[in-house]
Design a protein around this ligand. Sequence first.
Ligand code: GLA
Length: 376
Amino acid sequence: MSSFEDVFGTTPDGSWRAPGRVNLIGEHTDYNDGLVLPIALPNRILVTASKRDDGRIRVASTGHRGVIQFAVDELGPGSVGDWAAYPAGAAWILRESGYAIGGANLLVDSDLPSGAGLSSSAALLCATSVALLGLRDIDVDPGEVARLAQRAENQYVGAPVGLMDQMASMCCTAGHALYFDIRAMSTEQIPFDPAADDLALLVVDVKAPHRHVDGEYAARRKSCEQAAAELGVPALRSIAFEELAAALDRLPDDVVRRRVRHVVTEIRRVEDAVALMHAGRLRDVGPLFTASHASLRDDFEITVPELDVAVDTALAAGALGARMTGGGFGGCIIALTEAGTADSVLAAIEKAFAEHGFNTPNALAATPSAGASRVG
Ligand code: GLA
């Protein structure tokens, strides 16, 4: 691996990190003004940086060849492609927002698997943003950085994502899940320490091949927005759980009805999960995970066989609950298990995957970790 000095011929001024995430529950509710409950992972994107005085950004990555460069003043949506679209998008939105970020040399390093549904895109946007701001000692509220990173992903990269991943990357704290109410724009840190209850949270990347994730995500979002319009509400969050049956009666299309049912019941499951966590009843959260997975599989239709087999196998091997996490169509599952059975649950998933001829799955440490920070 080349050092910063080798690539840029100068010494760095600092390093900034931003983590990936898994969401415990509340999937596909963020763009419906709903509720989510992510934790940050120990895995992160690290950006090492030095200032430049010529208004240009030069960016390299330990995972890709070459150095990409652009003038901050000349950036416009989509002007830089491929992986460097994310650092370029961060620079673009900061410039658009009036922050005097100047130029910079940036070296990107990652131990966060990309394409595994762990939100490496948001982590890259957030890490670049905090590096560009940190280099110039510009202090911006972490929630505001998250909102800017989302705008960069929406408007520069062109992906219609919600605000969960960026908020998790910026605002999570170690030992906690982040209870984020998107409509209220409020957050609460919920203590989350499965080990203290003799439990374990297993995260398994099912390594499913990429299957049209972006188009499917945009389609789900569109049908939720159309349903909200048909129901005359600004977002599906406005449909209370108690009003669900009446709302469904007003929707003629069966597919749309099922999309709405997922969102409204999932928001309810987040509220239930948080109440159980506050009451110290972590084991009882397991069945909510399992119900969430069934809803994502049957109503929202974003699971793939690998995710379903992993969840079913985890449950058959004694997990208290299991679900897919993230955008769907691949990525990871999470399973809540007794601490002593995590290994056997993982072994059962590996065996089932071998029998199905699936790729070998990859387990990750799910220690709830801190959000973005300066590290050097
Ligand atoms: C992706 C998006 C998030 C969220 C999840 C699903 O990670 O980036 O905004 O919608 O999918 O919960």
